[in-house]
Design a protein around this ligand. Structure first.
Ligand SMILES: [Ca+2]
Length: 105
């Protein structure tokens, strides 16, 4: 019997990112299933990152989409989407490390 390999936490995180991207990228049948349109991007942001989107000024998400869309084709590829996740992770990490100062030994 083949030994069942349990995915690591990191592997699960990568799988989750791919799954959530595909979930929203596949919403509109008229649009590519491999990219996020602006509507799909907004749906993703509002449903998956409510604590971020709730306190934003109007137009912030539009500007984010423009900034993330590196080739300006109106669609976010997985690569372009990862820049968003990377940026958010970096911001969270920065605020987390500020909140927990390193103890002197
Ligand atoms: Ca693009």
């Amino acid at each position: 019997m083949a030994k069942k390999i349990t995915p690591t936490e990191t592997e699960r995180c990568i799988e989750s990112l791919i799954a959530v991207f595909q979930k929203y990228a596949g919403r509109e049948i008229t649009n590519s299933r491999n990219t996020l349109s602006k509507t799909e991007f907004l749906a993703f942001m509002n449903a998956e990152l409510p604590s971020f989107t709730q306190n934003q000024e109007p137009g912030v998400l539009d500007r984010m989409m423009k900034k993330l869309d590196l080739n300006s084709d109106g669609q976010l590829t997985f690569d372009e989407f990862l820049n968003l996740i990377g940026g958010l992770a970096e911001a969270c990490h920065a605020s987390f490390t500020r909140a927990q100062p390193v103890k002197k030994i």
